[in-house]
Unconditional design. Structure first.
Length: 314
């Protein structure tokens, strides 16, 4: 397990059941995680959680908070045993290039809640729960899988070129037979307001990630996609509304202190200025202009603008 702290408050986190001795790996077995530190994949999952937020909000028809839980590396048989025999959707996603498949794993109750919310209900599952998925529920699972493909591509793009595609000929009603294959389990949570959170998993096969191992162990680098477009727009709008003092200097005559002390009302201080005067922004020269009038007001027409370098107005 990667011991990374979740940004979610403790009451909203779902603890994973402990694996019993019957499912523990045998002594001397090869390590499940060949990648070592998986901070890069944890960071990628946090990026993916942000990308999934609009899709989940469209499904649930309400504003949500979304986050990624600390990831776990374990054998699929152990993971399958932890989930129990309840109604569960197992939707595969093809990982290209290659033949590996990731799995989107959703509790049956969550699928039916999302189905009810999507069609205008309050997001409630039927009681008692059905023993199997209806055609509408399976269509909802496929819709969720298709909605995750674009955010997955975006989240993976800075790390490695992996494409994802829906597996149309696969049924989500039963778990695949993957035996003891090691898997990386990434868990995502979402909640509306103070409501109880819901969770679903995205499970990667370790074998499918091995071709990208070098990039998964590389240092995480931030990119422009880390910045939310809405935040960038609001920041730009705020910066562009900052007010700066603009002034034009017609003349700067000099007089002696004695003459200054003798000045009286009505005295004239002669000034001289050429056809163009400097225009200033703060203490920086913006350019030059011609003095005149516009709409009955004194004005300056810019005739030249200085070339600025980065940091001139810092």
């Amino acid at each position: 397990m990667v011991n990374a702290l979740s940004e979610t408050q403790a009451p909203e986190r779902r603890e994973r059941p402990r694996v019993g001795a019957d499912h523990a790996p045998a002594l001397g077995a090869s390590p499940l995680n060949p990648f070592g530190d998986l901070v890069t994949l944890q960071h990628l999952s946090a990026r993916l959680a942000k990308g999934l937020k609009p899709m989940l909000e469209a499904m649930m028809r309400r504003e949500l908070r979304c986050w990624a839980e600390p990831l776990v590396v374990q054998r699929f048989s152990d993971y399958r045993a932890e989930r129990g025999d309840g109604l569960t959707a197992w939707q595969p996603l093809a990982m290209e290039p290659g033949r590996a498949r990731a799995l989107i794993v959703l509790d049956g109750k969550l699928v039916l809640e999302m189905l009810d919310a999507f069609f205008g209900g309050d997001g409630e599952a039927p009681s008692p729960m059905p023993a199997e998925f209806t055609t509408s529920a399976e269509t909802m699972v496929s819709r969720i899988a298709r909605g995750m493909i674009a955010p997955l591509r975006t989240a993976w793009e800075p790390v490695s070129k992996i494409d994802f595609a829906e597996v149309s000929d696969a049924s989500c009603a039963s778990a695949p037979d993957l035996g003891d294959a090691p898997m990386v389990v990434t868990r995502f949570g979402f909640a509306a307001g103070d409501a109880a959170p819901a969770f679903f998993d995205l499970v990667y096969p370790v074998a499918g990630l091995k071709p990208h191992g070098a990039k998964l162990t590389a240092k995480v680098r931030s990119s422009q996609t880390d910045v939310e477009p809405q935040w960038r727009t609001e920041l730009t709008r705020a910066v562009m509304s900052v007010k700066l003092p603009v002034r034009s200097v017609l003349a700067e005559p000099t007089i002696t202190l004695g003459r200054l002390m003798e000045l009286r009302i009505g005295d004239i201080i002669p000034i001289e200025f050429g056809p163009e005067v400097p225009v200033m922004v703060g203490d920086r020269r913006l350019g030059t202009g011609q003095v005149g009038t516009a709409n009955g007001f004194a004005a300056v027409r810019l005739t030249a603008i200085e070339q600025f370098e980065e940091g001139d107005f810092q």
